[in-house]
Design a protein around this ligand. Structure first.
Ligand code: PMP
Length: 400
């Protein structure tokens, strides 16, 4: 009965790793994967995560019963506090509902399904470009996806005027997806002044913000600094949605830990929203997994472990920032034609190099360097040892 099924294309991002794994060259380099690597090129489990896991294992009172539909209550409270701030008026007023979801992707999906059922305006605006999964998640949830201008290839920075024009032209009430920080794939974020203008415009038109926060603490090394865009929107008393992921900032990729918070106008509305979120979640996966959320809750509620986490997080962010500087310095020293200052201006895990798909294909073929065809490289996949090889490849690609 399945004989006529056509083969689906490989996921454009995950497909990079599939191709990399097939390559037998000793100098091969995977800059496609959006996961942190140490200077030795190895995945990292944070010490504080190991410690939390040990505590959980040693606690004989812990059982493996189902979590409630909304997940671990402590985890939800602590997650809201982490993104909105300990002194958030919305939390104090009990007008935030938070549900534990399957990492960032699951949080986006649950939020989207909720909006498709209960929100009056089914159009969502996503930045151009954006993370490749965004359009699929929202379309499959039943929303109609449109784009707003975001990136300016000429400056390799933000097309702020284009962004404002497109949001101004959006129908009143439309949903707008915003990357809370460290925009993927461009590494280009609005300044705080620009965020403020975006906020004013969106509120004046009644546009509904849906934040995707996949990199809190990973961009600048500060959890508070990376949450400022979200907090600005919450401070004005209006509604918003926030999808949080602990994949990057706690290195819990495969544990699939995330949270969806919906900030409402009143406590009563928040509790009705939560009742409907449960109806979204129950037929999808009943309830979320317990282990990853328990790790997060253990760390967030203990001040010593929390502090330890912030230090380890800062170390990851700093290594990425240092890779940016090293690559920029190496290209400058090499005299590679072009302005490469965007490498140190952009933030977060990725650099949008400006290399085109032909140049990328050349670098893969001749230098065994793997990245997405849009020229995005993961700075976390780079080390002091591999910077010279990448520099050679970029130099050859642009002087060909
Ligand atoms: N949003 C953005 C912008 C991302 O870059 C990612 C991860 N690449 C995610 C969401 C979701 O990640 P996860 O589901 O692993 O938390």
């Amino acid at each position: 009965v399945f004989g006529k099924i056509v083969r689906a294309p490989e996921d454009p991002i995950l497909g990079v790793t599939v191709a990399y794994n097939k390559d037998t060259s000793p100098v091969k380099l995977n800059l496609g994967v959006g996961a942190y690597r140490t200077e030795e090129g190895k995945p990292l489990v944070l010490n504080v995560v190991r410690k939390a896991e040990q505590l959980l294992v040693n606690d004989q009172s812990r059982v493996k019963e189902y979590l409630p539909i909304v997940g671990l209550v402590d985890f939800n409270k602590l997650s809201a506090k982490l993104i909105l701030g300990a002194d958030s008026p919305a939390i104090k007023d009990n007008r935030v509902t938070t549900v534990q979801c399957l990492s960032g992707t699951g949080s986006l999906r649950v939020g989207a399904e909720f909006l498709a059922r209960h929100y009056h305006q089914l159009t969502i605006y996503i930045p151009q470009p954006t993370w490749g999964n965004h359009p699929k998640v929202f379309t499959l949830a039943g929303l109609s996806v449109k784009t707003y201008r975001y990136y300016d290839p000429a400056t390799r920075g933000l097309n702020f005027q284009g962004l404002l024009e497109d949001l101004r032209a959006a129908p009143s009430g439309a949903i707008v997806l915003l990357h809370a920080c460290a925009h993927n794939p461009t590494g280009v974020d609005p300044t705080l002044e620009q965020w403020e203008q975006i906020r004013q415009l969106m509120r004046s038109k009644g546009l509904l913000p849906f934040f995707d926060s996949a990199y809190q603490g990973f961009a600048s090394g500060s959890l508070d600094a990376d949450a400022q865009s979200v907090r600005m929107f919450v401070a004005d008393g209006g509604e918003c949605l926030v999808a949080q992921s602990y994949a990057k900032n706690m290195g819990l990729y495969g544990e699939r830990v995330g949270a969806l918070s919906i900030v409402c106008k009143t406590e009563d509305v928040a509790s009705r929203v939560e009742s409907q979120l449960k109806l979204v979640i129950r037929p999808m996966y009943s309830s979320p997994p317990i282990h990853g959320a328990s790790i997060v809750a253990t760390i967030l509620k203990d001040s010593t472990m929390y502090k330890e986490w912030t230090l380890e997080l800062k170390a990851m962010a700093d290594r990425i920032i240092s890779m940016r500087q090293q690559l920029f310095d190496a290209l400058s020293a090499r005299g590679t034609p072009g302005d490469w200052s965007h490498i140190i201006k952009q933030i977060g895990m990725f650099t949008f190099t400006g290399l085109n798909s032909e140049q990328v294909a050349f670098m893969t073929k001749e230098y065994h360097i793997y990245m997405t065809s849009d020229g995005r490289i993961s700075m976390a996949g780079l080390s002091s040892k591999t910077v010279p090889h990448l520099t050679d490849a970029i130099h050859a690609a642009v002087t060909r």
